[in-house]
Design a protein around this ligand. Structure first.
Ligand code: DHB
Length: 312
């Protein structure tokens, strides 16, 4: 039986649904090229700001048995660096490039989007509404009125298709509110669910100490800790955004979790903590596991089971 793992969306084709979560293996050209040369189906760059940033003091990432905690603080090489990468990107090769934008202000996001719009580059912006790690700055994604105003302004300066990265939500009323906002923007073609669960606290009982330095140890959680929250956000937004795609992100470390995200309705899926821990070989492994699972179940393509999660 021939398996087809490809994904066609946004007018693009990916040979398979896996790519990196923004933030992991995508800050430098060397890392971006590692993802591009791997088995991944697409590449996304580190969330960037107009100016380069060093980020928060180290240690700022720590892995545990169940996942990871990070408070990187947006270390990145600056918008122009990623723009240059996009300029030279060999788009024809069939591995789409996404640029993650996370300006320090709405003005900065507008400036980056206006610049992107001018240049007709072969990349699609994913605007990050959910960075939890800037001391003193709340996440835009938890303020629906501010999201509405920002998306209106961004949609006005950017004439192409784009997506947003959302924080996790935890209440059906909040899913409804955000879906109402997102559905007002037809060129907002995808939402990526979820960013890390913000401001968790991991404690080392031996040392009686926090494990990362910024924010007295508070940081965004990823990995197995967040899988059920990620799946809930994917399923709930798929239900509420019938004309958009949902990209699943959170807790994927094998073909089984990738399968779960797609069953919940994800069009494509991103790998964060697992990629950080395992390196780019994770893509080929997870892909192979997903293929074996599909084969065992008699599925020939992703559409055979995408969004077909049953309820009791
Ligand atoms: C960072 C973390 C995030 O979860 C995010 O969305 C953007 C940036 C960071 O700390 O660098």
């Amino acid at each position: 039986m021939r398996l087809d793992l490809s994904v066609s969306w946004l007018g693009l084709t990916m040979t398979n649904p896996l790519y990196n979560a923004s933030g992991v293996m995508c800050r430098s050209v060397e890392e971006l090229e590692q993802v591009r040369h791997s088995a991944a189906g697409a590449v996304i760059s580190k969330s960037c700001t107009l100016q380069p940033r060093e980020g928060n003091p180290e240690p700022r990432y720590c892995a545990t048995l169940l996942g990871s905690i990070n408070s990187m603080g947006l270390p990145n090489a600056g918008f122009d660096y990623y723009l240059d990468y996009a300029r030279g990107y060999p788009y024809e090769a069939g591995k789409p490039l996404f640029l993650s934008l996370s300006g320090m202000s709405l003005q900065d996001n507008l400036q980056m989007l206006a610049s992107l719009a001018e240049q007709y580059l072969p990349c699609i912006p994913e605007v990050n509404l959910s960075c939890p790690n800037l001391p003193g700055k709340p996440q835009l994604g938890y303020d629906p009125a501010a999201c509405l105003a920002s998306l209106q302004a961004m949609s006005d300066v950017y004439p192409g298709v784009f997506g947003v990265k959302l924080p996790p939500y935890f209440d059906p009323v909040h899913f409804d509110q955000m879906a109402g906002v997102l559905n007002a923007f037809p060129r907002l073609r995808f939402v990526t669910c979820i960013n890390s669960i913000g401001n968790g606290l991991v404690i080392d009982p031996e040392r009686e100490c926090v494990v990362i330095k910024p924010k007295d140890g508070l940081g965004g959680l990823g990995g197995a800790y967040v899988l059920p929250t990620a799946l809930a956000n994917v399923r709930e937004f798929v239900r509420r955004l019938p004309d958009k795609h949902v990209v699943g992100c959170g807790g994927i470390s094998s073909g089984r979790e990738a399968f779960m995200h797609i069953l919940a309705g994800a069009t494509a899926v991103q790998i964060g903590t697992c990629l950080y821990e395992e390196g780019e070989g994770a893509f080929a492994r997870i892909l192979q596991e997903l293929a074996m699972l599909m084969e065992a179940k008699g599925y020939q393509c992703l559409a055979d089971f995408r969004g077909k999660l049953k309820t009791l």
